[in-house]
Design a protein around this ligand. Sequence first.
Ligand code: HEM
Length: 508
Amino acid sequence: YYGLRQFGGHWSAGWSRLWLLKTQNSGEMHKRFAALNRKHGSTARVGPRMLITSDPDLLRRMNAVRSPFTRGYWYTALKLHPERDNITSVIDERIHADLRARMAPGYSGRENVHMEQDVDEKLLGLFDLIDSKYVARPEEGIFRTMDLSRTTSFFTLDVISKIAFGETFGFLDKDEDPYGYLANLKQFLPAIIWFGVYTELTNILKAPLIKGALPKSTDKRGLGRVMGFARDRVQERFGQKPIVRQDMLGSFITHGLSQAQLESETLTQITAGSDSTASALRVTLHFVSTSPPILDRLLAEAKAAIAAGKISRPVIQDAEARQLPYLQACIKEGLRIYPPVTGLMAKQVPAGGAMIEVDGVEKFAAGGTQIGWNSWGMMHDPEIFGEDCEIFRPERWLSKDGSEKEKARVTRMNETVTLNFGYGRFGCLGRGVATMELNKAVIETLLRFNLQPCSLAKPFDEMVVGFTVHENMNFIVTERLSAEKIKESQMNGGADVDAGALPGSYES
Ligand code: HEM
């Protein structure tokens, strides 16, 4: 109790970790942590030796290259394997820095020359799937709905497998989760919460009975089956006739990762790289397509750029998308309104303690204290993002004028939203891949399809457990008509709108 007595928080947090466990298991930890920081200050107490912060400056200070703060023991919960650590779980600074240096070139695309082409190929695969199975054609009596949460996950899973191992899992081709991966992940994420709060429990993973129950590469289904797929891809690169490819695995091998290291990194690559991006994609598509003025403005920007020959067809290039200010504003707003990662990612105060500024007041945190990250609270801070920060409004990212004040406002927002990808020596290695996927998938999907949620009252179910698990995100998808098709339709006395809203869908 005494070590952190200067910090406010729930009354029980000075004595027990139960409040923290209960909050994280509630499925809405994001809202509860945000309320806690609003009430008790930008850094507040969540456990006897744990704080949580929504302060961007503190996050940058802890993650900075020469900071004395280290990863906290919270990270051991990300081990996923009874014996072997991976880049996201390892606490030892030297080992982590070495792994990061070896893996960064593979993630960056410099040594993975087909990356953009691979993303394009999978995106076109996604559109083929939507076109063939999910487009409703009411005029032909074909009524269908699509669960956007599944299709976006299938897309990002196929992208990561393709760019990592040169071979896809085949979720999009099969239009199903052949290994029961998503269902298993949903069961697994709450376990990470338990281990994050009671890290001493990780010791029981070594017990033979528990060890036997953990996912392993010989499993027929779930995370283990995906591990098995990855293990096979790793094995192909070694032995008598090794396959040589210029992809992530190829780059990691060039930089000296052993076969055993590669096997433990592959599952991390898949879990870190798929659901985070899928969550950002589906949330952005949801908010844009349910806000007609935003959708109109975004499409107008893209159509003008196509007419001016500034966008490649059939798929926009990453560099081209970066030049579309309103598209960038929509993507940033999507990352802000629903931060994809809500896990605590707790860092540790160095021995001797540290002074932490809480809304202008300096408070002492004892050495060994862990400080978790409240991403939702940080991205919903009215002081940084404006009084309407609970609303999806991409316009906030566009400067109103060229004044210094405006520049400072937008810069501060930009510097904060990028923290969604972590920062400094713990920053996300897949950021380039994720932004490439979002740059392409958001606009290309909306240029082709009109998305209408089946229920505005309850557009989706969600469970926030480190990542956000969305389910039942059901949409009616219709073909977005081209200008020529609209003209043709008008001449035949048909609809004069660029959207195929189902007849009668707004009635009763
Ligand atoms: C919108 C999508 C994504 C978001 C918001 C995101 C966010 C994050 C965050 C918050 C961290 C941890 C920072 C910390 O420990 O303090 C992280 C780490 C990491 N991410 Fe991502 N990520 C995304 C996509 C990806 C993708 C697509 C990949 C793989 C291609 C990836 C690979 C990694 C890896 C390997 C790490 C560990 C880095 C390290 O430990 O040094 N991420 N990411």
